[in-house]
Design a protein around this ligand. Sequence first.
Ligand code: C2E
Ligand code: CA
Ligand code: CA
Ligand code: CA
Length: 279
Amino acid sequence: SARRDERDWVWFNALTTSPVDQRLTLWQDIQVALEEDQFFLVFQPIFNLNSNQPVSAEVLLRWRHPQQGLISPAVFIPFAEQTGLVKRIDLWVLNAVARQLRQWSEQGLNMPRLALNLSGISFLRPDFEQLLNTAFNGDLQLLQHLELELTEGVLIEDMERIQEQIDAVRQLGVQISIDDFGTGYSSLSRIRNLDIDHIKIDRSFIDDIESSPQSCKIIEAILHLAHGLRLKVVAEGVETEAQLHELRQMGCDLVQGYLLSRPLERSDYEALLDEDLEI
Ligand code: C2E
Ligand code: CA
Ligand code: CA
Ligand code: CA
């Protein structure tokens, strides 16, 4: 429930803006969390609006802190990005996702595609491709089930370098999406030069669908241009039937949000994989 989450997260919200000794505690606690497997993954299904079926899921990180309870990535990822710790976290997630996909494949489950969030500094490290191959044991079959979500922020970096890295991972069958689209520095003109698969429209635009004709215009413009570039568009943060209806009308391809499903713990998500769920 939202209220409980808020209470749990207050402590860390305070911490990220607090004195050095407390920031040091957070830094140490993240190290311990990595070593003692306090992190775990949840899975939020993404639905295709043509088939009305779940086609993939976004992997979201959770931290069960021994004293503080559940902590949101919204508070510790920004801190981890500032301190460089995010490289270790991203690597942990990458390995966990590879392990999970391998396990599902061995169990003969309906294999989904999993989209993981990767910080720009992890994606652009020179050994990233190697880390990816190591995590997946070079298994090209499994790599086809992987998607990387990069935030728009990464696009302010050297575009040639970015495209080179995108090409390298797409060669392995990995898909790329640009996350939080519309909030950052990039524009569709920058996207135009990139070989990617999906754009995720930021939740703030979806929130405003019913109240702001401007937001609808922006969503329509993104859809129009993205489709011109043969990119599929995901709307995230869909919370109401009215938003879903509008997005269908506008020709959006994929949707994700609390209306359709909250992020699910592994066993609940596995149950869904074996159902013929429709929206
Ligand atoms: P994001 O990539 O934009 O992820 C979507 C966030 O929106 C998630 O929050 C998700 O739980 C939430 N959400 C989904 N549907 C709805 C909805 O209908 N309404 C509302 N109000 N919220 C919705 P979460 O899990 O707290 O993640 C926050 C951010 O933390 C993510 O934003 C992402 O930037 C970062 N993050 C999460 N997991 C990872 C990870 O494994 N690695 C890295 N580097 N960053 C991560
Ligand atoms: Ca994301
Ligand atoms: Ca997002
Ligand atoms: Ca985000």
